[in-house]
Each structure stands twice: as C-alpha cells, then as structure tokens.
Design a protein around this ligand. Structure first.
Ligand code: B4P
Length: 194
C-alpha cells in the first residue's frame, strides 16, 4: 500500500487536491478534519471535546487523533493507496505514524507540501466560511490556526525532508494547474503509483 501525505497550511487546498488524487489513482482518503467534523455532527463525547479545540483554532490532542487514525488505518488496510489529508499535524503524530507503518512493513512514500502565500490562505478560508458555515473559518480563528500551524505543524516538513520524501508544490493558480503539478510529482517519485 502506498501512503501519500498532503501537507500544507490551513487553506492550502489539501482537501481539494486530495479529491483529485483519489479520482486519478483510486486511493482511499483519510482526512482527520472531515472525520472530526463527522464526530461533531454525531454529537458524542469525542465530538464535544474535539469541537472545543477546533473552535479555538487549536489542534485536537495527539492521543485522540492517533486513536482515530489507528482505527481507520486498520479498516483501509486492503486499499491500493492512502491519501492522508491533515494528518500528521505534529511531529509526535508523524513519529507514531511511522511506527504504525513499520509494524505493517509500509512507509510514507511521498509528502506533498502545498505552498501558498499567507494572505491567499486567509482569503480562501474567509470565502469558504461564507458558504460552508464552518465554525473555524472566521478571521480570528484563522489567524490562530495559522500561528498553530507555524509552531506545531511546519516542523514536520523538516522531519520528512530528512527522510528524503518531501516535495514542495506551488499551490497557487487554478485548481487544475495545481493538480497537474501534483500528478507530475507523484508520477516522478512513485513510478508504480497507479
Ligand atoms: P482541516 O479540516 O484539515 O482544515 P484545514 O487545515 O483548514 O484544511 P482544509 O482541508 O479544510 O482546507 P483546504 O486546504 O483543503 O482541519 C480542521 C481542524 O481540525 C484543525 O484546525 C484542527 O483543529 C483539527 N485537526 C484536523 N486534523 C488534525 C490532526 N491531525 N491533529 C490535530 N488536530 C487536527 O482548502 C481551503 C479552501 O481553499 C477550500 O474552500 C477550497 O475550495 C479553496 N481552494 C483550494 N484550492 C484553491 C485554488 N487553487 N484557488 C482558490 N481556492 C482554492
């Protein structure tokens, strides 16, 4: 099974581009953000805890996320490939994910870092906020999410760079242009991606 991590700041287009990769390569999608929003909608104990963090622009604690991912990873173990969207988001999550992969003789094959200027990230999330009703797409929470990204998530790039699996992609322009750049990188780095 091939693991592709879609990495980047909030609003960089991770969800949008994951959908394109899945369509093209037939992989399964694991989006921790989507999973958390489903939990919130269901209104259980886990969702109530997650909402508190998300609404403040903070990350949900690692142990909760890892429990959730472990469960989904087991469920999808027969997939041809996985697109991990929004996970890992901290270095401890990246280390835990490496350990989970090692147990199964798997690895992270490629990490695609979507690079977008800060103001464009803010504009994208504000315009999504107008239609999505997402409680974290308002200016105050967006600024907090961007700060948390710099402090807790950005260091993962160096972690994967040391493993030699990180590739940056300029994620500005039309969705189609960005998708083309991403497919090119996948085909170069993983010749058996399909
Ligand atoms: P996510 O759902 O992952 O939210 P996100 O980082 O803001 O990215 P998202 O996928 O929504 O946006 P995208 O870049 O696709 O996480 C939400 C919260 O859940 C986190 O803040 C955190 O609290 C928690 N969480 C999730 N995973 C966690 C983890 N592993 N550990 C701890 N906590 C976790 O797209 C942004 C917008 O841009 C879209 O509206 C899209 O339409 C638009 N867009 C995309 N490409 C574009 C383009 N080329 N041009 C114009 N617009 C574009």
């Amino acid at each position: 099974m091939i693991n592709i991590v879609i990495f980047g700041a909030p609003g960089s287009g991770k969800g949008t581009q994951s959908a394109e990769i899945i369509r093209e390569y037939g992989y399964k999608h694991i989006s921790t953000g989507d999973l958390l929003r489903e939990e919130i909608k269901e209104g259980g104990k886990f969702g109530v805890i997650a909402k508190k963090y998300i609404d403040q622009g903070q990350l949900v604690p690692d142990d909760l996320i890892l429990g959730m991912v472990h469960h989904i990873f087991e469920k999808e173990k027969f997939a041809k490939g996985l697109v991990l969207d929004g996970f890992p988001r901290t270095v401890p999550q990246a280390i835990a994910f490496d350990n989970l992969n090692k147990e199964k003789n798997l690895k992270v094959n490629l990490v695609i870092d979507l690079v977008v200027p800060r103001q464009m990230l803010i504009d994208r999330m504000l315009s999504r906020g107008k239609i999505s009703g997402r409680s974290d797409d308002n200016l105050e929470t967006i600024e907090q999410r961007l700060e948390v990204y710099q402090l807790q998530t950005a260091p993962i790039a160096e972690y994967y760079n040391k493993q030699g699996v990180l590739r940056s992609v300029e994620a500005t322009g039309s969705i189609e242009e960005i998708t083309e750049r991403i497919f090119r990188v996948i085909n170069e780095e993983i010749p058996n991606a399909k």
